[in-house]
Structures are given as C-alpha cells and as structure tokens.
Ligand binder design. Structure first.
Ligand SMILES: N[C@@H]1[C@@H](O)[C@H](O)[C@@H](COP(=O)(O)O)O[C@@H]1O
Length: 251
C-alpha cells in the first residue's frame, strides 16, 4: 500500500485521473473497475475534460462498476447506472455495450451475481480498480464483517451506510436496503487498486485503516495485503493519521 498525500479534493481528482489516463494509453483495451459516490465525481469530471481536450479514447476499454442498489433500474435517478451515464459514460466515447454494472432489477439476484463475476473473469480481470471508502471502512458495499473470500454477492446495507447515502435520496426511507456488490475477493483480483479519500468525514476511518491490523471489521484493511495499491488522500482525510504512519506508506 502506497500513500500519495495531496492538498485537496481537486488535486486528488487530478492525480487519480492521470493514473487512469496513463493506464489507457499504456493498454488501450484496459478493463477499469469503477466506483460511485461523491469522492470519485471530480475524477470523472477530469476524465471527461481530458477526453474533450486531448481525445483520449475509451473505444476499446471495458468497465465494471463495483455495485448497484437492488430494486433500482437504469432510469432511476438514484441508481448507479444513472449516475455513471450522467457523470462519465455520456461524456466519453466508450461503447455502452462495454460498460457493465450489476442489474438491480434482476429477477434472480443470486444468478445475476454469478453472471457478473463470470463476466469479469471472461474479459481477463480488472486492470485498474477505483475505490472510495465508506465511513465504516466499506469498499464497494462490503460492510464490516464481510469475509475476505466473498465474490459478487447480495448485501443487506448497514444502517450507517443507508444514513450516509441518504443525502442522495429524497428521504432515508427511499434508500434501498439491499445491493449487489463485487466481493472483497473480486476487488482483490484487480491488478492495481486506487483508493481515494477526501474530507473530514473520512478522517476517523483513515486513521483506523493506517493504525489497525488487517481485519474484516475494517473491510478496506484487506488492501494492505494487495501488492499494488495506491491511496490518494487529501490533508483533511489524513488529519487524524499520525506522522509516523504516513511516513511508512508515503510514496
Ligand atoms: N457503495 C459506495 C461506495 O462504492 C463508495 O466508495 C462509498 C463512499 O461514498 P462517498 O464517496 O460518497 O463518500 O460509499 C458508497 O456506499
């Protein structure tokens, strides 16, 4: 795990976009793993901007999103399908047929999980996975306590996660209680993982991530066992991490 400490959200987003663009230049048929939430919005805006200005092409890229709410279809404004179309896919030249997100309306959610996991393997696995971190340490929607061996599966969302994500919905009751998410083992199969963290709300969990040993109670802690992880975090998110810890991981 390597730590890239940046000043603020803007710098975090620019650095993340730069790594993604370099990956695509190096391997035009890259498979990207994508996240949703507020943290990655700036990265997507930077990728869209780069595509407009420099013409970086996504024609041969495939993308797999981490997760989707169960019960929300692509046209629902709170679905992750909708989010991805709005914030990234409609701004770049990626063929829609090469963008994969779990189907939140699948009749058989378990079968959908299997199909999704197989699709990732069929394209040869994810080259570069982008991650945010939940305030309780979740990655994707893998809540604390999830075994590290899990592949794509259906999850019951933690009350704190529904609460944290309620800001995107009209009311808390509108936040679905279940989702499909890549599992921790799915995420760990990726060649390179970038985890982004910005702002004071992430400071307590970032401190835990650096201080504590690897434990399923902090799902993101599994990243310490992956050979190629880059954390890009801003000063606010790192404000509770001790200097000694920062030095251990600093690039
Ligand atoms: N399922 C998503 C995660 O993929 C995301 O990384 C995380 C952080 O979200 P945010 O960036 O809005 O803080 O929470 C959500 O629940």
């Amino acid at each position: 795990m390597k730590l890239m400490e940046v000043k603020d959200y803007k710098e975090m987003s620019e650095k993340a976009a730069k790594i993604i663009i370099e990956q695509i230049k190096k391997k035009p048929n890259s498979v990207l793993g994508l996240a949703t939430g507020e943290t990655v919005l700036g990265t997507y805006a930077a990728l869209a901007d780069d595509h407009r200005r420099n013409g970086t092409s996504y024609e041969r890229v495939h993308t797999f999103n981490l997760d989707e709410y169960l019960g929300l279809g692509p046209d629902h404004p709170n679905s992750y399908h909708y989010y991805m179309n709005r914030h990234l896919f409609s701004h770049i030249d990626i063929p829609v047929s090469q963008t994969y997100i779990p189907n939140g309306l699948a009749d058989d959610a378990e079968a959908e999980c299997k199909r999704y996991e197989n699709l990732i393997d069929e394209v040869g696995g994810i080259d570069l996975q982008l991650l945010g971190i939940g305030r309780n340490g979740h990655i994707g929607f893998n809540e604390p306590g999830t075994p590290f061996s899990t592949v794509t599966h259906v999850v019951e969302l933690a009350p704190s996660t529904r609460q944290a994500n309620a800001r995107f919905f009209p009311t808390l009751e509108d936040v679905p209680s279940k989702a499909i998410t890549m599992g921790i083992a799915t995420i760990m199969k990726s060649g390179h993982i970038i985890l982004l963290a910005s702002g004071k709300t992430k400071a307590p969990i970032m401190a835990q991530l650096f201080e504590k040993d690897v434990t399923p109670l902090i799902p993101a802690s599994v990243l310490k066992t992956h050979p190629n992880v880059t954390i890009i975090a801003d000063q606010e998110a790192l404000s509770l991490v001790r200097d000694e810890q920062r030095k251990v991981y600093a690039i």
